[in-house]
Ligand binder design. Structure first.
Ligand code: DGL
Length: 275
C-alpha cells in the first residue's frame, strides 16, 4: 500500500513532554500536519513496569494509526526504550523513537568520550542509550542516573529557571554525573528540555546538552525527504489529543510548544485501541 505524503505525522508521549519534539518538527517542517497524542491521564510511564509501558505504547501507536498518519514518532524516551522492535517493525508506517538520534548526536558532540544520560527509571534500567552509544563509540564511558521526580515537576509547571525546588532536585540527580566529569549529557526524556536552563546552570557551560526531540525531528525530516514523503506546500496544522482534561493542556502547552500554541485539543480514551 502506498503512503500518502499529504497525510499527517503522528507524534505521541506519555504526557506533554513530546510537545518539545512537535515544536522542532513545526519549525523544521512548516508544511506538515501533525497529530499529537499525550497520554496525560496515565502519565508518568517511566516509573511503571515494562509490560504496562508496552501495553500503553501499543495503544498510543494504534490511536495514531487510526488517524491515518504517514510516520510515527514516539517522542518519549520511555516508550522508545521499551517497545520491542518486533512490535514496531510490524507497523504499516515507519516508526521511530528518540534514542538513536540522541545517541548519535552525543557521540558527535563528545570530545572525551565521557557521556552522561539522565532519564526515567524505565529508560535508565533498559540501558537503551548506553547500548546505542556503545554501538557507535565502543570506548565511551557512560554515567546514567534516573530522575523520577522531573516528569511530575515539569507536568505541574515547575520548570521556571528560578524554581528552587526543581533546582534542588536537579542538583541531587546530577551530582554523580557531574562527578564523573562528562562533557556531554543526554536529556533522555522529552520532558527535560523544559528544565534545560536549570540543568545547564548545574552542569556548567563546558557540557553539551543533547535534546532527543530536537535530534529526532531533524532525523525525521531527513527520513521523510529520502522516502519522498514530504508535504511540500500549505500551512501545516496540528491536532492535539489528550487522555485527561484539556484544561491543563491548554495551560501548559504554550510553554512546551514555544511560540506556537495553535491547533485543537480533544480529550479521548485510547484504552480500547490495540495494534
Ligand atoms: N517524556 C517521557 C519520556 O521521554 C516521559 C516519561 C514518563 O512518562 O515518565 O520518557
Amino acid at each position: 500500500m502506498s503512503i500518502d505524503k499529504n497525510a499527517p505525522i503522528g507524534v505521541f508521549d506519555s504526557g506533554l513532554g513530546g510537545l518539545t519534539a512537535v515544536r522542532e518538527l513545526r519549525r523544521l517542517l512548516p508544511h506538515e500536519d501533525i497529530v499529537y497524542f499525550g497520554d496525560t491521564g496515565r502519565v508518568p510511564y517511566g516509573t511503571r513496569g515494562v509490560e504496562t509501558i508496552i501495553k500503553y505504547g501499543r495503544q498510543d501507536v494504534a490511536f495514531l494509526l487510526s488517524k491515518n498518519v504517514k510516520y510515527i514518532m514516539a517522542a518519549c524516551g520511555t516508550v522508545s526504550s521499551t517497545l520491542p522492535k518486533s512490535c514496531t517493525d510490524a507497523l504499516p508506517v515507519t516508526y521511530t523513537g528518540v534514542v538513536q538520534s540522541a545517541a548519535a548526536a552525543a557521540v558527535s558532540a563528545t570530545g572525551t568520550g565521557k557521556i552522561g544520560v539522565i532519564g526515567t527509571p524505565a529508560t535508565v534500567n533498559s540501558e537503551s542509550y548506553n547500548k546505542a552509544i556503545k554501538a557507535l563509540l565502543p570506548s565511551a564511558v557512560i554515567t546514567a542516573n534516573k530522575c523520577p521526580l522531573f516528569v511530575p515537576l515539569v507536568e505541574n509547571g515547575y520548570f521556571d529557571e528560578e524554581n528552587k525546588v526543581t533546582h534542588l532536585v536537579a542538583e541531587d540527580y546530577l551530582a554523580p554525573i557531574k562527578a564523573a566529569g562528562v562533557d556531554t549529557l543526554i536529556l533522555g526524556c522529552t520532558h527535560y528540555p523544559l528544565i534545560k536552563p536549570i540543568i545547564a546552570d548545574i552542569m556548567g557551560s563546558g557540557v553539551a546538552l543533547i535534546d532527543p526531540g530536537y535530534e529526532t525531528a531533524k532525523s525525521a525530516k531527513e527520513y521523510l525527504a529520502v522516502a519522498d514523503l514530504l508535504k511540500s506546500s500549505g500551512n501545516g496544522e496540528a491536532s492535539y489529543y489528550v487522555s485527561d482534561s484539556t484544561e491543563s493542556f491548554e495551560q501548559l502547552s504554550n510553554w512546551f510548544l514555544g511560540e506556537y500554541a495553535g491547533g485543537n485539543v480533544t480529550q479521548i480514551s485510547v484504552d480500547n485501541y490495540e495494534v
